[in-house]
Design a protein around this ligand. Structure first.
Ligand code: PGA
Length: 257
């Protein structure tokens, strides 16, 4: 983390977990035990149907609500899809774009990720853009090239002014939901390479002010070591965000000096 130049953001990604009633219980518990220290921003990316209850309960807290996906068109015949304007109207602030589960299970491409980034920015949302390699790609030694490509494509046409709304999440696929967390050095190395890509695209000032999270089996035990890396500015947390106690412990780790 480097709080001098950029925000530290701890974001939960609930994936397809928790009904609205369960979300209500979670939000109440989390709100009542939040630490006073405000050194990190907190986001909860919940399923679409949980958004109204999460926004209502977290309204006066410092926890922002995020979504996990959106469609790139403003409206139209896209059965089952949700637009950026619909999310913004509910007071959603962040949206995860290009999560590896969306890319792999729902066939999203780098090009649709780019369209979604533009749609989110147009509606005033903060995209959390996910990038990451799978096990084979890591073993082949193409991680950094692949990630550079994913970042460049996701950000194609994004203006320097809009970069202040962008969050990048480095999520190695081999670490997601597996318990095989990247070592702090591995996470730090790729996050710093991502900052290098941003520097080439947008210059040093924007690169150093962009929040780059790590995600992939981050939990209350390994969070402090991962966050101790200069270029790891927070976490995108799946499993460990489902329990308010473990999520709070990660928030506390991000609040340390
Ligand atoms: P995990 O998920 O923390 O359960 O590995 C992270 C993610 O997919 O964002």
């Amino acid at each position: 983390m480097n709080r001098k130049y950029r925000k530290t953001i701890i974001a939960g990604n609930w994936k397809m977990h928790k009904t609205p009633s369960e979300a209500k219980v979670f939000a109440e518990q989390l709100k009542s035990s939040l630490p006073r220290a405000k050194r990190c921003s907190i986001v909860l990316c919940v399923p679409y149907v949980d958004i109204p209850v999460a926004v209502k309960l977290l309204k006066d807290s410092r926890i922002a609500v995020g979504a996990q996906n959106l469609h790139w068109e403003e409206a139209g015949p896209f059965t089952g899809e949700i637009s950026a304007a619909m999310l913004a109207d509910l007071d959603v602030k962040y949206v995860i774009i290009g999560h590896s589960e969306r890319r792999n299970l729902f066939f999203e491409s780098d090009l649709t990720v780019n369209k979604k980034v533009h749609a989110a920015l147009k509606a005033g949302l903060h995209p959390i853009i996910c990038v990451g390699e799978d096990q084979d790609q890591r073993e082949l030694g193409v991680t950094l090239e692949l990630i550079a490509y994913q970042i460049k494509t996701a950000l194609a046409g994004v203006s320097p002014e809009d970069m202040r709304h962008i969050v990048i999440a480095y999520e190695p696929i081999w670490a997601i939901g597996t318990g095989n967390t990247a070592t702090p050095e591995q996470a730090g190395q790729v996050c710093s390479a991502i900052r290098g890509v941003l520097r080439k695209l947008y210059g040093a000032r924007i690169a150093r002010s962009t929040t780059i999270q790590y995600g992939g089996s981050m939990n209350e035990k390994n969070a402090a070591d991962l966050l101790a890396q200069e270029d790891v500015d927070g976490g995108l947390i799946g499993s460990a965000s489902l329990n308010p106690e473990t999520f709070l412990q990660i928030i506390q780790a991000a609040n340390q000096d």
